[in-house]
Design a protein. Sequence first.
Length: 229
Amino acid sequence: MIVPFRTDQVCYPDSDGEPMADNTLQFDWIAILKWNADAYLASNPSAFVAGDHLIYPVENEPDTRLAPDVYVAFGRPKGYRGSYRVWEEDGIFPQVIFEVWSPNNRYKPMRKKFEFYERYGAEEYYILYPEFPAHAEGWTRKEGRLVEIESMDGWVSKRLGFRFALSAGQLAVFGPDGRELRRPDEIAAERDAERARAEAEAKRAESAEQRAARLAAKLRELGLDPDAT
């Protein structure tokens, strides 16, 4: 059966045509935040993490949309989405939003982003400034509004457990386990190093077992029972 094309269907594009990042430093921070959020929330089936991904908060309003650099939606399952449509996600707007500042950002568009996140329900909103002197700004929801966090140095995200640290013009973010967030290549290198250590330990254990077996065989040749106490 041929299904006729409906001209009254609303189109929600999966892309806004904007670049994901303006430079490599901004991209690195976006990747660090996205990959680490994924890693720390890997065991939570109801935590969806996305980067440069359009959020549509209102049905039938395709022009009302934004694509945060990184966001986390708790209470929503992992899995593929072309875009995040709040009315299809049990009405849950992503609770944690990250934007990474680039030299091309301007105050007016960033203010509109803030108003969008405040209006539609973000609980935590962070802007990271990676250029020296690096720093961060943050807001948390109180009484229906996003209220600025007085000091980001030492601040811990209530939802993610990420801790922000500022020192000598440098910005660092630490995970819930106290370790600094790592680049994807650093995570891979650490994984490979752990695997190599495990393999070396297994070889050492195997060698020790083989030496014990040879000694036991030698004792038996001499008429001794290696299992005798």
